[in-house]
Ligand binder design. Structure first.
Ligand code: SIN
Ligand code: FE2
Length: 199
């Protein structure tokens, strides 16, 4: 993938139950919703956040906000076990001292996709991105530093973690439209947690 980009197969499996039960609490106060991009498109992926900073999109742009625009209150706190998973996965990928302050939770249904983009709304690019997949499999696209660079396809399964940082921190990435291949626990959905240091 790149010298600072890794797929950690099954790394999150021991955490899957804790992640899934925490979602119930998170969505009770900050529900999943389909945000509208600055270009006026409604995202096919539904999202929510936990932690100090939450990633949002609206007609004004993409950014992090300390408040959930749904109700103007802070996002739910990031459960300690989330922080631990992100920290341990970062170490396994060679990034020490990673402490996330943002966890974006994306929910994909059959047909949901995420077009190629760079993660660049964070204040600095020193910290890695740690991305955890649960539920249905997805085809992850990992490209280069330019949108037009060739991409490789990586099939991500329940429990896989992708970590990228360092010189690979700004690589374009995305997710192909999901096929309906129901997962034994999650059924026809995929949940992705993206841990970042945003602030
Ligand atoms: C993201 O790039 O924010 C999410 C990637 C994924 O769902 O695997
Ligand atoms: Fe991303």
């Amino acid at each position: 993938m790149g010298s600072s980009a890794f797929v950690l197969r099954g790394f999150a499996l021991p955490y899957a139950d804790a992640l899934l039960s925490a979602i119930t609490g998170i969505e009770a106060s900050s529900p999943f919703r389909h945000m509208v991009t600055p270009g006026g498109f409604t995202m096919s992926v539904a999202l929510t956040n936990c932690g100090k900073w939450g990633w949002i999109a609206d007609r004004r742009g993409y950014r992090y906000s300390g408040l959930d625009p749904h109700h103007g209150q802070p996002w739910p706190a990031m459960p300690k076990i989330f922080e631990k998973l992100a920290h341990e996965a970062a170490i396994a990928a060679g990034f020490n001292d990673f402490v996330p302050d943002a966890c974006l939770v994306n929910r994909y249904l059959p047909g949901s996709r995420l077009s190629l983009h760079q993660d660049k709304n964070e204040r600095d690019f020193e910290a890695p991105i740690i991305s955890v997949s649960l539920g249905m499999m997805a085809t992850f696209l990992f490209g280069g530093n330019e949108r037009t660079d060739k991409t490789i396809k990586i099939t991500l399964y329940h429990g896989d973690v992708v970590a990228w940082g360092g010189k690979d921190r700004l690589r374009y990435h995305g997710v192909m439209p999901l096929k309906d291949q129901p997962h034994p626990v999650l059924g026809s959905q995929r949940i992705n947690f993206t841990f970042r240091k945003a602030g």
